[in-house]
Every structure is written in C-alpha cells, then in structure tokens.
Write a protein that binds this ligand. Structure first.
Ligand code: URA
Length: 436
C-alpha cells in the first residue's frame, strides 16, 4: 500500500477502506508517512469529506494508536463528560462532584490547553497543592473510593490525534466536521469510559458559531460513540455570551463552589443540572432526567456535593479547606469596574472579546510555555437582557498589572453592545441529541 495512491483516491472522490485508514494512521504515528503527505490527505478529506464508516475507522485507528485506558478495575458504570469549550466554561468543576455525590463514577482525563483561561487542570490548581499528575493506580483507586478522579491527559492517549491535530492546525484543515468529531471522540474512546455526555457549544464564543453546525457535530459524535459501543448523548448549549459570570481560573473555581452551594448563576446552574441529570441516567443511578435533576438538587441542598469536591481536592493533594474558605483562593491585587456608557438593554456581549480580555490580564496561555496567572479575570455583573443606566457597573476586572488592566478595560467595554429595545436572554440549553 502506498500513501500516494490513497491521496489520489481521496482526491478523486473515493472512499478509503478500513485497512487503508489503519495503514495511514499507523504509518503517520510511527513517522513513516511524512507530514506533507498527511497534509495533502487532510486537505483532500476537507474538500471531499468522509462517509460514516470512514469516520468511524479513522476514530478507532486514532483511539488505538496509543494506550486504551482499561477502567475495568472500577466497579459500576464509568461516565465521562466533554465540552467543546468556551468562555467561562467551568462546568466540570461543579458538575463532576455533583454527579459523583449521587453515586456515578467519574474517571476523567482533562487538559490544560491554550486559550482565554486555562483548562480544567489549571483551574483546579487554584487549590494549593492540587495535582493531576497521579499514577494510574492512584487514579483507579480514587474513583473506586470517592467516585471521582481527574488526571492529566497522558502522551500515550491517542498520540495519532495529537500529531494530526497539530498538523491540521497549521494547514487550515481543522474545521471539517468528520475530522473534528473523530479527533474528539478518539480521545474519549481511548479514555475508557462506558458512557459519554458531550456538551457542544454554539455561538460567538464557540468553535461552532452556527447552531446547525453544532447540531451536526453533536449528531456525528453521538453516532461515533454509539457505533463504538459507548452510550453517548450530546447537549447543544449556548456560548453566545460567557457562561455564568466569572471568567478566569480562581474566579471560576469560586463560582463553581457557589454553584455547589446552590448560589450559582442561573444559566450555569441550569447547564450543570441538564448535563448532570443525563450523566445520572447513563450512569444507571436515575431512571429519568427528572429524577436525576431532583437527586442533584438534593446533593446541593444537603451539602454533599460541596463535600465531594473537598474530598476530591484532598485525594489529589490539594488543600480542601479552600473549598469551604474560597476567600483563600489566589487573589489579584487590583480591581476596577467597567461602567455602562449609555442607557439601554444589553443586547450582546462579544464572547471572544471577553476571552481576549482575560488573556490580556494574564489568565490564559498564548503559547504552550506561557505561565498562567490564576488570580486574574473578569466578573460580569450584567449579562444579555439586563437593563442598564449610564454609569452602572457592567463588569469588574481583576488584575495584577495596571497597564494590562487599562487595555482590558477599554476592550471589555467595547465587547458590550446595547439596544434601546428590550432583549431576552436565550435558553442555555438549546437541544439534546440522544439518538441518530
Ligand atoms: N478539539 C479537538 O480535540 N479536535 C478538533 O479537531 C477540534 C477541537
């Protein structure tokens, strides 16, 4: 078999066989197929597309390119959750302890990632001493004993995807539905959970700007998960404005803690209840989503969800007292307010711009080597639909550098768009994809 022939076949509109896809992925992972040939193949796929079978074979070949995590030592149904990401997305921080407090086992691999704020791991490192660099044995033991563990993504997890995603990133071949779906699902399948709940974001701060594209990606991933024998459900949720009020690592942790106490923002709480109830259903702890929702509300009310977070933080070396004393989380030295420049209703908050403000303040990484400042960020006091008067506080900025604060302040005000007509905030959950 020659890669050259496979490129011609795909370029001319053909469908690749399972053997051809496996040959291509294995050869590329081992370094036998050069980047320039794989780039040509990605561009051919970008224009020609892949059918359902090709997409599944590519996903499986990438999932099997490294170690497939074996979670069989953990009793019960293991559930994983994945979000396509967005601004202020701290969902895992609140959702996973809530669900674990209801009895579902969460064995999760998370990343740091580039972006406006850190990834889940960076956020969790706001707890003094917390580490996701735990051994696989410790990981399995923690899930068995307390129902939850989060580990950093290892190099052995779907290495083909890692290499291919880096190549797609520099060859303008990221935004193809089959390639995105297979990339995400290869990592989820390799991470070993029995059931997967996906949160596919749509809107100005999401990867998928248009709702129809988000639904198409959600359906593609649900199909892949189900074809691979994992119970998979996707929620399509709004990312046209930041999720909740907090953007920035420690600020988001604080908001997640408030949510576990039942005092979180309405949109964020609703998203956690929706995703959580689905996790309880696929995890076999609830018969219906309604029952799951009630169970989640109960663990919030009786404090066991918050206690579960503390247990989890402690088990991974963190100072669990900070869960009960969030004022001890990293704090910025400067705070300033952004004031409304006119009367009206908040019509839009440009999500990406809010994210960039967080990055300017130092809350995210521009390169893999950048250091994150966990203490900085933004608290939005007004969200879409709010009625404001000139001079009202729209948001607070938290910073450690006056110059950065000044730049972010000017930019954040421009991210707010006002209207004279009353505006309603849209629903946070746009739809659920269960079967395809
Ligand atoms: N996230 C991934 O992991 N892969 C993609 O292709 C796009 C987003």
């Amino acid at each position: 078999m020659r890669m050259y022939d496979l490129i011609i076949k795909k370029r001319n509109g053909g469908a690749l066989t399972k053997e051809e896809i496996t040959f291509m992925v294995d050869g590329f992972t081992r370094g036998e197929i050069p980047d320039y040939q794989m780039s040509a193949m990605m561009m051919a796929i970008y224009f020609v597309g892949m059918n359902e079978e090709e997409t599944l074979w590519l996903t499986m070949a990438m999932a099997e390119s490294g170690n497939m995590l074996d979670l069989s030592e953990i009793q019960g149904i293991k559930v994983d959750k994945h979000s396509t990401g967005g601004v202020g997305d701290k969902t895992s921080l609140a959702l996973t302890p809530m669900v674990a407090a209801c009895g579902v086992k969460i064995a999760k691999m998370s990343g740091r990632g580039l972006g406006h704020t850190g990834g889940t791991i960076d956020k969790l490192e706001s707890f003094r001493g917390f580490s996701t660099e735990i051994s696989i044995n410790q990981f399995l033991q923690n899930v068995n004993e307390i129902g939850i563990a989060i580990m950093g993504q290892t190099k052995e997890l779907a290495p083909a995807d890692k290499k291919l995603y880096a190549l797609r990133d520099v060859t303008a071949t990221v935004d193809n539905l089959s390639l995105i779906a297979s990339s995400i699902m290869s990592k989820k399948l390799a991470a070993g959970a029995d059931a997967i709940v996906l949160d596919v974001k749509t809107g100005s701060g999401a990867f998928m700007k248009k709702e129809e594209d988000a639904f198409a990606l959600a359906k593609e991933m649900v199909k892949l998960g189900q074809n691979a024998g994992r119970n998979t459900i996707a929620v399509v949720s709004d990312m046209d404005q930041p999720l909740g009020n907090a953007v920035g690592n420690a600020l988001e942790v604080k908001e997640a803690i408030e949510t576990l106490k039942g005092k979180g923002p309405a949109d964020f709480t609703e998203l956690c209840l929706t995703l959580g109830s689905l996790m309880l259903v696929v995890g076999g702890e609830a018969k219906t989503e309604e029952q799951g929702r009630k169970m989640l509300q109960q663990v919030i009310e009786d404090g066991s969800a918050l206690d579960k977070l503390a247990e989890f933080v402690k088990a991974q070396g963190g100072d669990e007292r900070m869960v009960y004393h969030p004022e001890q989380l990293p704090k910025a030295s400067l705070r300033d307010a952004v004031l409304a420049s006119e009367d009206g209703y908040v019509e839009k908050i440009l999500c990406d711009e809010v994210g960039i403000c967080s990055l300017i303040l130092g809350g995210g990484r521009e390169t893999k080597e950048s250091e994150i400042d966990l203490s900085v960020g933004i608290i939005l006091e007004k969200k879409v639909g709010a009625s404001v008067k000139k001079g009202d506080i729209l948001a607070y900025l938290y910073a450690n550098d006056q110059q950065k604060l000044n730049i972010a302040k000017e930019r954040l005000l421009k991210a707010y768009k006002f209207s004279q007509e009353e505006r309603k905030e849209g629903p946070i959950v746009i739809g659920i994809v269960k079967q395809v």
